[in-house]
Design a protein around this ligand. Structure first.
Ligand code: FMN
Length: 198
């Protein structure tokens, strides 16, 4: 089994989404001895914001790309190859201002490409990244799994939408939540880790 662990928090080992993602990875490795792990830290090596040169490159056939356009598409091609190789993808998702961090958004912007990861057919769009298992490790200061704040969560609904659009429909979410709630914060990580089933 090939596991791809995407880290998007810039907070290193102190990050709760990293700690929860690591716990998911450890359980996967225990359940699947010999599995191969690739960790990609999107905060340490961020993908560039999409600029005009990226769009031009995406929409130019590979054989017609200039050296500049070939250079511009390198990050995207590498990320798509890495994604397609993985059987399981663990995504660390810190919530910042109700949504995902821009480091993760930048990765998504580079992997969502027509004719590479989705296509348009007569029946509408079709995701081309199939047969993947995805785990989200979401860290939040508040509680969004239930209650009044649930409608303010733009992490999980967005990720389920965009990953599903690309063909990744088998998504399981684990949450370390209430990290800024005095009565919940001390036990939040233990509770999340104990809930993991792989
Ligand atoms: C700039 C900033 C914005 C944040 N925005 C939210 C938010 O909108 N909702 C929330 O519940 N927590 C918010 N938090 C708290 C983080 O979600 C929490 O610290 C979480 O642990 C971040 O994940 P990490 O530990 O993996 O970095 C915010 C924290 C910071 C620093």
């Amino acid at each position: 089994m090939k596991i791809l662990h995407l880290v998007s928090s810039p907070r290193g080992a102190a990050s709760f989404s990293v700690q929860l993602g690591n716990a998911i990875v450890q359980k996967l490795q225990t359940a699947n001895p010999g599995s191969i792990l690739t960790t990609h830290n999107l905060a340490q090596t961020p993908f560039p914001h999409l600029e005009d040169v990226h769009f031009q490159s995406f929409f130019t056939p590979a054989e017609s790309r200039s050296p500049e356009l070939l250079e511009a598409v390198k990050h995207s091609d590498a990320a798509i190859a890495e994604l397609k190789e993985a059987d399981v993808i663990v995504i660390g998702v810190p919530m910042y201002n109700f949504t995902i961090h821009s480091t993760l958004q930048a990765w998504i912007n580079h992997i969502a490409r027509a004719n590479e990861t989705f296509s348009y057919s007569g029946n509408g769009p079709e995701g081309l990244v199939k047969n993947k298992k995805v785990y989200l490790a979401i860290a939040t200061g508040g509680v969004y799994s239930e209650g009044a704040m649930k409608a303010y969560d733009f992490t999980e609904p967005y990720l389920r939408t965009v990953l599903g659009f690309l063909g990744m429909t088998d998504v399981t979410t684990y949450r370390v939540e209430g990290l800024k709630v005095p009565t919940l914060q001390d036990n939040a990580l233990n509770k999340a880790v104990e809930s993991i089933e792989v």
